[in-house]
Write a protein that binds this ligand. Sequence first.
Ligand SMILES: C[S@@+](CC[C@H](N)C(=O)[O-])C[C@H]1O[C@@H](n2cnc3c(N)ncnc32)[C@H](O)[C@@H]1O
Length: 259
Amino acid sequence: MSETTVFGPGYAALYDHFYADKDYAAECDFVEEVFRRYAAQPVRTVLDLGCGTGGHALILARRGYRVTGVDRSADMLAQALSKAAALSSDQAPAFQQSDIRGLDLGQTFDAVLSMFAVLSYMTTNDDLAEALRAARRHLQPGGLLVFDAWYGPAVLVQRPGDRFRVVGDGSRRAIRFVRSEMDTLRHVVHVHYTVLDLEGDRVARQVAETHTMRYLFPQEMAFHLAQAGFELIALAPCWRLDAVPTENDWNVAIAARAV
Ligand SMILES: C[S@@+](CC[C@H](N)C(=O)[O-])C[C@H]1O[C@@H](n2cnc3c(N)ncnc32)[C@H](O)[C@@H]1O
């Protein structure tokens, strides 16, 4: 995986603004539907790999799960921690700064999540294998892994476009420009973000980050999961568990069971 800095301070500070309309509660409903349908016993403990600013971790903690969130970005975790201050100490997730690859917390959980294309940041086969092995290490046989990823068939048909977005309210506004370059041999898209953080009419700060994202194909997902000790149990368009993904579905959700 590229080690260039992503989710640094400028980007992390604006992350929740960029995704203010992302429906984390509905995504947690989907995750809970997977738990209800496929868990051998009730899920109580959850490890959220690449938890970011805690979008899923905090909602699941409020719903009664004991959640541990891991992320390598100190700046994303700082946002998560500040939001967690609103929860009681026995309810709040435990957050830890670490790379997913090679992670070993020395304990297992009932389920592992990795949400919002975190595994798409594992751009080489070795990185993906390491991340899936880390997920498996934190599950007993029968434990569940739920993640979402960019779906190769859709990315190849739709192709990523260039775009921009204005976010924020009166006091805090930012413009995020996106330019994408595809590398079809490596199954990745280099997504170049330029963010102008505005104060009034003034550009207070400019942030540039390149996120290299891997898109995954169904057979390689099944293969990598099997290599890491999982069986694939569901591959669905986000967030419709009973549907079959098509080339229209850029994001797919995957559920797997530890064997
Ligand atoms: C798109 S964000 C998703 C954050 C959160 N799951 C959400 O849904 O908002 C991707 C996150 O993955 C984290 N990440 C990417 N690669 C990682 C790695 N190798 N180890 C730990 N965290 C990683 C980033 O720091 C970032 O917070």
